[in-house]
Design a protein. Structure first.
Length: 145
């Protein structure tokens, strides 16, 4: 559990996620501001239904992605690689995460884009501040919510 706690602390300090979706033999990646729920181990973000990645996702899709900082030295590199499932939330499910998202990113109040959830299934966190190439791994238990 300490591994997930360390990853959670780092993710709480970041704000941009990149994820990639595959559909009909095509790949596409997207970036978005996110909020992170450490209890659900999930990202929440806004994305318009008309974007290429949303069109390829449909209502849900398996994805892979990253979160990373931009340090200038190798010794400070930290970054997350993940797999998960993205799904479009309905209006009722969106109420609580949307309120939290709007608090963190006030400009989002002006957007009508729907809320999406990325439920993370596997995490690999590289943290060179713990030693060059140090990796922390987490996999969601099959019985987890």
């Amino acid at each position: 559990m300490e591994t997930l706690a360390a990853i959670n602390r780092w993710l709480a300090k970041q704000h941009v996620v990149t994820w990639c979706v595959a559909s009909r033999g095509e790949l596409w990646c997207a970036n978005a501001f996110y909020i992170y729920d450490p209890q659900k181990v999930a990202f929440y973000l806004l994305s318009d239904d008309q974007t290429r990645h949303s069109q390829m996702t449909g209502l849900q899709a398996n994805i892979a992605g990253t979160v990373n900082g931009q340090p200038k030295t190798v010794a400070l590199i930290r970054g997350l690689q993940f797999t998960g499932e993205i799904r479009r939330l309905d209006e009722t499910e969106s109420i609580a995460p949307r309120a939290q998202y709007n608090r963190r990113f006030p400009v989002a109040r002006l957007l009508s884009a729907p809320m999406w959830e990325i439920r993370l299934t596997e995490l690999k966190f590289t943290d060179n501040t713990l030693g060059f190439g140090k990796k922390l791994h987490w996999i969601r238990d099959a019985h987890s919510a």
